[in-house]
Design a binder for this molecule. Structure first.
Ligand code: PLP
Length: 423
């Protein structure tokens, strides 16, 4: 039946731009007059090659990705990258150390910055991969928590002075043994995001990490919502498609080219975990996202979204301006609601507030189930999927690129009315 746009604030999979969906639906039946649907094309044919190459070119333009970095599409989601980052970068670290003449293997350190549920999960997976569960066995690496905001309930960002990296800012390459530093740019569940302004309080302290130490960032839930600060300084940036980019099923990985290594070569040196071939960055990049059969439809829709953002939404400048306004309007409404003791944003530190996932609570009142009332009223007005993640509860409105400013305005109006009725 005809699509009628509603207010969908889902955390992912999330809404897609309506014009993109219309085009995708048409292409499912007949792609560009070929008589074949897009899912029926050969992934090695010229049509699909053009789709992948176009997507990559548009992504490079939108995010100013330099030529020093490879871009490819893969599968397995953000979760697979929790493992892939560790496996690939331990291999490249091992090869680099050997090239510098390391005689005896000393397990390197991996520094995790833990600011919420997803970076916690990533560090837990790293630990599972590198520390054998056998007492006395030598680990492949040590996992070090360089900073954590767990004591705040993951509602803040670490202050600069709270970082305790496993190296000094002036550490020389020969003297350091850190495989990489990891952070999650936007914590989808908690609603905490590193600020857009790289000089703001709470910003990720790039200057404390020497240039030779790789930096890895999970951008799953903030990809192409605004520019990536210091994009060139990252070793790996990855993002599952299903928030800002396209349907679930594909993941974008951006890797600095000198880190694309033959992991079998590293295995020959010993003391690194083996890397399944489908996870090896070099293989994936060398084959232009086509080492094995790619998720054709997910990549195709992502390509349409990239084109739409670039040509219909004013590129990254336009997208950023809209997202900034959407987030500001909603947080302002929540701050008004907090003054009346009705609702309150979970994240108080202004610079830490996520533009993409706005988390808040309904202030409890004895004898009333106000949260239930808020949710029921929201549902009635057509707001969908705004319940907080099951692990932390409360309310969460996700404001990904395809959520229109009109939807946010409508939610703000509902919040103001709810406050008026309950203050
Ligand atoms: N990282 C972040 C920031 C996420 O929000 C998610 C999922 O929501 C993941 C990783 C895991 O991604 P996936 O479900 O694609 O494996």
């Amino acid at each position: 039946s005809e699509r009628v746009d509603i207010h969908n604030f889902a955390a992912g999979p999330s809404p897609l731009p309506t014009p993109v969906l219309h085009k995708a639906a048409q292409s499912l039946l007949n792609y560009n007059g070929t008589g074949m649907g897009v899912c029926e094309l050969s992934h090695r044919g010229k049509e699909f090659k053009a789709i992948v190459e176009g997507a990559e070119a548009n992504l490079r333009t939108l995010l100013a990705i330099p030529d020093t970095h490879a871009v490819f599409f893969t599968q397995g989601g953000g979760t697979q990258q929790f493992s892939s980052t560790v496996l690939n970068l331990l291999s490249s670290h091992r090869l680099r150390k050997a090239a510098h003449g390391e005689k005896e293997f000393v397990p390197p350190t991996i520094d995790y910055v833990v600011t919420g549920s997803w970076s916690s999960k990533a560090s837990a997976e790293a630990k599972r991969l590198v520390v054998p569960p056998v007492p006395g066995a030598q680990p492949f690496a040590k996992i070090h928590v360089a900073a954590t905001t767990k004591p705040s309930g993951f509602n803040t960002l670490p202050a600069r002075e709270q970082y305790e990296f496993s190296f000094k800012p002036d550490a020389k390459e020969e003297d350091s043994n850190t495989a990489f530093v990891y952070y999650c740019e936007n914590e989808t569940i908690n609603g905490v995001e590193f600020p857009a302004d790289a000089d703001a309080h709470g910003a990720f302290p790039f200057d404390l990490v020497p240039a030779h130490i790789p930096i890895v960032a999970d951008y799953s839930s903030s990809f192409i919502s605004r520019p990536i600060p210091h994009v060139e300084r990252h070793a790996v940036i990855y993002a599952g498609a299903q928030k800002n980019l396209g349907p679930a099923g594909t993941t974008v990985v951006i890797v600095r080219k000198d880190l694309l290594v033959d992991t079998t070569e590293a295995s020959l040196l010993g003391n690194v975990p083996a890397v399944p071939i489908e996870l090896e960055y070099k293989t994936l990049a060398d084959n232009g996202s086509l080492y094995n059969t790619p998720p054709v439809f997910a990549i195709y829709v992502s390509a349409l979204v990239l084109e739409y953002l670039l040509h219909e939404k004013g590129g990254i400048k336009g997208v950023t301006a809209t997202n900034e306004r959407k987030a500001r309007k909603l947080y302002e409404a929540l701050d008004r609601a907090e003054e009346k003791n009705v609702l309150k944003a979970k994240v108080k530190q202004l610079e830490a507030r996520s533009w993409m996932n706005v988390t808040f609570e309904v202030v409890a009142k004895e004898g009333e189930d106000r949260e239930k009332e808020f949710l029921a009223g929201a549902e009635k007005q057509g707001f969908r999927q705004i319940k907080g993640h099951r692990s932390i509860g409360g309310i969460r409105a996700s404001l990904y690129n395809a959520v229109t400013e009109e939807s946010v305005d409508a939610l703000v109006q509902y919040i103001d009315e709810f406050v008026k009725a309950h203050a």
